[in-house]
Design a protein around this ligand. Structure first.
Ligand code: NAD
Length: 755
């Protein structure tokens, strides 16, 4: 289970602290998002430091603002974090705009919301917090109510009883955990020049009290009356908002009022615990006062904490000085003031985490649900590479359009029918199409990002870029400035720059990125996820943007570089193999002349720790190794070795064909080919060396049949059983090392081109 913890103001930080500590204690993965709704140093980071909490993992830095603006900003910044972090549950505490925005962002992403301090109601819709509380409660899966009052409020509002958990208030945990430390560490009383139980404490920041000059003056008149009567100093850690209003309205502060800037938590609980009386318009302080056994006069007409009134610890006075005086007189004349604590036993966070863990059984369906990102990607070319990539991006939550010119392919994909065989693809395709994250189309549609995965065949030993350019033209017709084009097709060096020029010529300001594809058929999905990635781009911004996209599904490392380097990396990988194979093939010829066994030579040479000679074979096949070296050197003067290696490997089928024919006795003319695919255990015959070998046999007038368990149709008659081919043929040639040929027992003369 992973928990997302959202805070935004001082009380939220204090009340979440025990929950954060509980996650740490139990090693539960969690992260903290701080909206920074309270944005001054005093009001905010001081609490993290003092409470020895880890710094928030994300700080949204929204600051103050009008309510909708602040809520909207939090929502916008919160969503991508939740999408990336994928928590199982998001915990919010209280009733601020941060709470509302956090709960809304999570609930829209189908992430469960746990609301700590659920069910509080003042029934005063003029208080913005009231709307926040009600909406958050109704979006939550877990409603952590303080006690029976809130439980019954929630039940009356129609919330299912099994979602409501009466747990107490985490403020009790916080207070009990910090009282001793505060007594030890805080010297606030001395620094303010007050003595324990010989001062009143005030907090007031609510707009209805401080934003209207006459109200603020009423409040000060109330303090005057109290001071006249009891002659006590009144300590007022002043909220920046209130301070600003006092200055704005030109209100003089009497000397008995000891104003201090906002103070840290430890100092504040020390001040609360030692006050004779607390006057506040805050919600949380009513609870803290009640827990600390200090009488509280609430400078409001209502409270969502009726428990403190019920037990006799709190009285509502608004700004009515008479009422305040009456309450103060009653309490201060009494010898022994006590009440029952209705707010919890200091183990509330433990209970909350227990409940989260006990319910950590997401329904299979919910588990499988794709979490949407608000970004769109169009993948052009729905082939062996494009379609799996499109599916992985869709599974990561991107809204993907898969584009292909082939009408049948588009229809198949929209019917969740995979057009080719590939491990895991049918299941993944049906998931992403079923949940509406992948749609196929014959038209390119405007998207945040475009990914090109069209063919790049070779033509006259160079890269045929016409498919890439035509895909880019189609993109240019719908693209907008600021979008990004990723080319995944294998391309000759500097093709990406040509693509960028094309887009620029179309009047577009678009980043071009090359991210070469290096997966192999048969393991495409596995390799797309697990292989490292190379991202080439001209700007850092484009590199980072595309890195984020790939990191949504890639588990390998992602390396950033420039465009042409990325192009070369992919080509060099295959060129290096081609040159290595050419060396092995050339070695086979040398050993032939010297009459030694090439395989024995290579085996013994490879015993040296720094030698790794490849094996000779019938030639090089597939859609990459015989092609990519040509792309690498097509525009360079250098590269003779690469071209020579190509020539050696291209010649190899003819050499092995001749070696096989040399085994025919006079009068014999039947040759059987074992394996025609370009590599072991696949049905792929692209560029297979079996093709030129067959051509050579036919040109020599021989009869040819083949056996291949994977390839059902090829250039000549297929023989179902190895034994039948063996019986028919005069000579066999093993071209592809399919596993079925490992224990080959045949009576015909045979040339094994693989070992
Ligand atoms: N298949 C692999 O194993 C593999 C591995 C690494 C790199 N690559 C590279 O990836 C690229 C794509 O290879 P692939 O094997 O997926 O090709 P593919 O032939 O399987 O598929 C390409 C698809 O693109 C479509 N297409 C062509 N032009 C189009 C256009 N203008 N608009 C829309 N669709 C268009 C075709 O109809 C086809 O369905 C190539 O450059 C290839 O070299 C492939």
């Amino acid at each position: 289970m992973k928990i997302g913890i959202i805070v935004g103001t001082r009380p939220e930080i204090i009340k979440m602290a025990p929950v954060i500590r509980e996650c740490q204690k139990r090693s539960i993965p969690y992260f903290i998002i701080h909206s920074n709704q309270h944005y001054s140093e005093e009001m905010d980071s001081i609490f993290f430091d003092e409470l020895e909490l880890p710094a928030p993992h994300y700080n949204l830095g929204v600051g103050s603002g009008l309510h909708s603006n602040q809520t909207g900003n939090i929502l916008i910044k919160m969503e991508p974090i939740l999408v990336d972090e994928k928590p199982d549950i998001v915990l919010v505490q209280g009733d601020t705009n941060t709470v509302l925005a956090g709960a809304l962002a999570a609930s829209k992403l189908n992430i469960k919301v746990g609301h700590i301090e659920a069910g509080l109601r003042s029934y005063d819709r003029m208080m913005p917090e009231e709307t926040n509380r009600i909406l958050t409660d109704h979006m939550s899966e877990f409603l952590f109510a303080v006690g029976p009052n809130q439980e019954s409020i929630l039940a009356k509002e129609g919330i299912a009883k099994d979602k409501i958990h009466s747990v107490g208030n985490t403020v009790s945990d916080s207070l009990f955990q910090h009282l001793e430390i505060a007594a030890d560490k805080s010297d606030i009383l001395a620094s303010l020049g007050v003595e324990a139980k010989n001062y009143f404490l005030v907090t007031a920041h609510r707009a209805s009290n401080v934003d209207i000059p006459s109200h603020l003056k009423e409040l000060l008149a109330l303090f005057d009356r109290l001071h006249d009567k009891f002659e006590q100093p009144i300590v007022w850690p002043i909220h920046p908002r209130t301070q600003a209003k006092l200055t704005e309205f030109g209100i003089e502060i009497p000397s008995y009022l000891k104003l201090s800037p906002p103070i840290g938590y430890l100092d504040f609980i020390q001040l609360q615990q030692n006050a004779q009386l607390i006057l506040t318009d805050s919600g949380g302080i009513q609870e803290e006062a009640c827990l600390l056994g200090v009488p509280c006069i609430t400078l409001r007409e209502n409270t969502e904490r009726p428990e403190s009134i019920e037990v006799g610890a709190n009285v509502l006075v608004g700004r009515d000085a008479d009422k305040a005086l009456t309450a103060a007189e009653k309490w201060l004349s009494s010898e022994n003031i006590t009440w029952e604590n209705p707010f919890g036993d200091g183990h509330v966070a433990e209970r909350i985490i227990d409940i989260c863990l006990a319910n950590d059984k997401p329904a299979a369906e919910a588990n499988d649900a794709i979490v949407a990102k608000n970004e769109s990607i169009t993948v052009v070319g729905m082939g062996y590479m494009g379609l799996p990539i499109a599916c992985l991006l869709a599974d990561a939550g991107y809204q993907v359009t898969g584009v292909d010119l082939n009408e049948q392919k588009v229809a198949d994909i929209n019917n969740a029918k995979c057009p080719f065989d590939e491990v895991g693809m049918p299941e993944l395709l049906s998931k992403v199409v079923g949940q509406g994250f992948l749609k196929a189309s014959q038209q390119v549609v405007s998207s945040d990002t475009y990914l090109v995965a069209v063919p790049t065949p070779h033509k006259g030993n160079s890269c045929d870029r016409s498919y890439v350019f035509s895909a880019v033209d189609a993109i240019a017709n719908v693209a907008k400035d600021g979008q990004t084009v990723i080319v995944e097709s294998t391309i000759s060096p500097q093709t990406s720059l040509a693509v960028a020029d094309k887009l620029k010529a179309a009047g577009l300001s678009i980043d071009v990125v090359h991210c070469p594809e290096r997966a192999i058929p048969g393991q495409t999905l596995h390799e797309l996820v697990n292989n490292d990635r190379i991202i080439g781009a001209t700007s850092k911004t484009a590199q980072e943007k595309v890195k984020k996209i790939y990191q949504s599904f890639v588990q390998g490392e992602v390396f950033l570089t420039d465009l042409t380097t990325a192009e070369c990396v992919k080509l060099v990988e295959n060129t290096s193999r081609d040159v290595g194979i050419a060396f092995a093939n050339e070695l086979a010829e040398i050993c032939n002349e010297l009459d030694v066994d090439v395989y024995e030579v290579i085996k013994l040479a490879n015993r040296h720790p720094r030698v790794n000679v490849l094996s000779p074979g019938p030639g090089v096949g597939g859609h990459c190794i015989p092609i990519d070296p040509w792309f690498l050197v097509e525009g360079t003067k250098s590269g003779d070795l690469v071209r020579k290696a190509r020539a050696i490997n291209d010649q190899r089928p003819q050499i092995v064909a001749q070696q096989a024919m040399a085994k025919l006795q006079s009068g014999q003319n039947k040759i059987g080919i074992l394996g025609v695919a370009y590599k072991a255990d696949v049905d792929d015959c692209r560029e297979t060396p079996a093709d030129p070998i067959f051509t050579h046999f036919k040109q020599a007038g021989l009869e040819v049949k083949y056996h291949d368990p994977f390839v059902e149709q090829w250039q000549c008659e297929r023989v179902e059983e190895i034994a039948d081919l063996d019986e028919w043929a005069d000579v066999l040639i093993l071209v592809t090392d399919h596993s079925v040929y490992q224990e080959l027992a045949v009576s015909s003369a045979i040339l094994n081109t693989r070992s």
